[in-house]
Design a protein. Structure first.
Length: 279
């Protein structure tokens, strides 16, 4: 085979790979509710929810639920209000089909860490330690709204998709569905944190954090909570000092930038929420 022919074949192979990858990315594209940001989602909703559910159940199997009935009731009450508000937004903005993807659960566990997390599908865990900072329903709504926003925006799917592309690259294009499912299960271990790191998921990017901050205050406004509480809550978190920053906040945007960003979004959040409430 001549040198020119080899170059031509390589060029054709390269172009075919580009075409196939483009089709994969286009078919796996989605848009985040509220922000409209485009994202690449290579994993189906069902796969991501199932993977998250496995990790969630494993975590609950090793955790101890709180015996504080009043605190547990507050977590469940605030959580359900936010879930209802979230579904109200989705229903009135063309995302009604997304509602079936959520089976909301809100649990308070006996742990002194200032922590909370949400698995895909709306499985949310709050640590008792968080309530030492989030003392009011509105402050708790700041955290729960933020965690719910991660689920609604499919940030876990996006992280998993990025992980799969980084680890497998073009190999994922030729994977059979059964092989892809195995890849998803393997990647979920890293993203959701299996074993010793259960409950401590792979950190979200700052882009995701800012997005969840904004979406979260919209959801809390729809639920009837004042989004100004977000500024108050994060100011309290800043007062903890760097040495006391909880694990789930360690990779989040700096306090000053987060507070400034939230202050600039509150007016818009109130406007969006008002339009939902009066429909």
């Amino acid at each position: 085979m001549t040198h020119m022919k080899r170059l031509s074949l390589r060029r054709i192979a390269y172009m075919l790979c580009v075409v196939v990858l483009s089709e994969l990315l286009l078919s796996g594209c989605g848009a985040v509710p509220l922000t409209g940001r485009r994202q690449i989602l290579l994993v189906s909703d069902q796969e991501i929810f199932q993977a998250g559910l496995v990790q969630y159940r494993e975590y609950l199997g090793s955790a101890t639920l709180s015996s504080n009935s009043s605190a547990t009731a507050m977590v469940k009450n605030v959580g359900q209000k936010l879930a209802d508000a979230t579904e109200s937004y989705l229903r009135t903005n063309g995302f009604e089909s997304e509602i079936s993807n959520f089976a909301w659960e809100f649990n308070l566990v006996k742990d002194t860490q200032v922590n909370a997390f949400c698995m895909p599908g709306g499985k949310i865990v709050v640590y008792e330690g968080l309530l030492s900072v989030a003392k009011t329903e509105a402050e708790l709504a700041v955290v729960l709204g933020h965690e719910i926003a991660h689920a609604v925006a499919k940030h876990s799917n996006e992280r998993m998709s990025q992980q799969i592309l980084a680890q497998y690259g073009m190999a994922i294009l030729s994977s059979a569905l059964s092989e892809k499912s195995a890849i998803v299960r393997e990647t979920a271990t890293t993203v959701f944190g299996l074993g010793a790191q259960v409950g401590m998921m792979l950190p979200y990017s700052r882009k995701h954090e800012y997005e969840a901050d904004y979406m979260g205050i919209v959801f809390m406004e729809i639920a009837g909570y004042d989004s100004n509480s977000a500024v108050e809550f994060w100011s309290k978190m800043a007062a903890l000092g760097e040495s006391s920053v909880p694990e789930f906040l360690s990779t989040h945007p700096s306090d000053s930038k987060r507070i400034a960003n939230l202050q600039g979004k509150i007016s818009d959040a109130k406007t969006v929420a008002q339009s939902i409430r009066f429909r």
